[in-house]
Design a protein around this ligand. Structure first.
Ligand SMILES: NC(=O)c1ccc[n+]([C@@H]2O[C@H](COP(=O)([O-])OP(=O)(O)OC[C@H]3O[C@@H](n4cnc5c(N)ncnc54)[C@H](OP(=O)(O)O)[C@@H]3O)[C@@H](O)[C@H]2O)c1
Length: 268
């Protein structure tokens, strides 16, 4: 299969779509960018005014079509998306819960791909999962990884049967980290700290621990051991958090629940 021609058509210029488009524009993407969105934001209008994108142009088959509308909208707008798909169009969906087969069936093409971003992608610090059909060309995979780079790191291609589990880690994971900040701050408040200060301490600590983890050569378990002196203060807390019925088993159960729900929503 030929390498995709330059040119991107994006359907859905919302938060994720705009994060992608902003990255393509900033990186000087080598091809025209068309964005379809019935209610364009001021940002989309400004890009159009600056000649960076074509906003809601007449529909024509795209070289690469990126679908970034909410999944519940997609079945209602299939008729407006199909004219954007030609025989050579490479289609990338970032919609949660719509399978490669579902996408291929609705758009009558086999050249489809899925990506699952996460919210840190909105500031370029995301982890996006890329999923391709078994017979996809390596060129398409490499090209799509580049296309998704504005959101941060890209993992894949991964098999579609792994996507639910991977989504339960990186797609849902920001919520787990936000919850950690919430419960740390609440615990600080419960033990007498000022609420706002407790939240500042929790947020900065999670940010700093994340940065250290990414910078260090050691795995997280070693970094944890490094702050845990025998008989010390941190050890007293971890003895509670790491009890048999506590964080490790709770996380496994939580991830299992997320996987089950993802499969239900995808119709698997
Ligand atoms: N945000 C995340 O963390 C995240 C993570 C993983 C996957 N995703 C996926 O990414 C996709 C986009 O999410 P998002 O957070 O960017 O949503 P969003 O901000 O709501 O963006 C969707 C955009 O599509 C527009 N739209 C509605 N109908 C349309 C149509 N007929 N044609 C073209 N555009 C239309 C919406 O306009 P209106 O606002 O006027 O309706 C909105 O601007 C979703 O499928 C979601 O599952 C998001």
């Amino acid at each position: 299969m030929a390498k995709p021609e330059p040119g991107i058509t994006l359907v859905g210029g919302g938060r994720m779509g705009s994060a992608l488009a902003g990255g393509w524009i900033g990186a000087g993407y080598d091809g025209p960018i068309a964005i379809h969105d019935p209610n364009p934001t001021e940002q989309l209008k400004a890009w159009e005014a600056a000649g960076k994108i074509a906003l809601n142009p007449a529909p024509e088959p795209a070289a690469t079509l990126v679908v970034a509308v909410k999944p519940q909208i997609f079945p209602k707008i299939t008729d407006t998306v199909t004219p954007l798909v030609g025989p050579d169009t490479l289609v990338l969906s970032i919609m949660a819960g719509i399978t490669l087969d579902g996408m291929a069936g609705k758009l009558d093409t086999k050249r489809v791909a899925r990506a699952m971003p996460n919210t840190p992608g909105l500031i370029g610090k995301g982890m996006t999962l890329l999923c391709l059909p078994d017979d996809a060309s390596p060129d398409d995979g490499a090209y799509l990884k580049d296309l998704l780079a504005p959101l941060g790191d890209v993992e894949g291609p991964i098999r579609e049967d792994q996507l639910s589990a991977a989504t339960a880690i990186s797609g849902c994971g920001p919520a787990y980290a936000f919850l950690l900040a919430e419960v740390m701050a609440a615990a600080g408040k419960a033990h007498g700290l000022d609420e706002a200060m407790a939240l500042r301490l929790a947020k900065k600590t999670i940010e700093g621990a994340g940065a250290l983890m990414m910078d260090a050569d050691e795995p997280p378990s070693k970094l944890r051991e490094n702050v845990t002196s025998p008989g010390g203060v941190t050890k007293a807390a971890l003895d509670v958090l790491m009890r048999a019925d506590a964080m490790p088993s709770l996380m496994e159960e939580a991830v299992g629940a997320a996987i089950k729900r993802d499969r239900e929503l995808s119709g698997d």
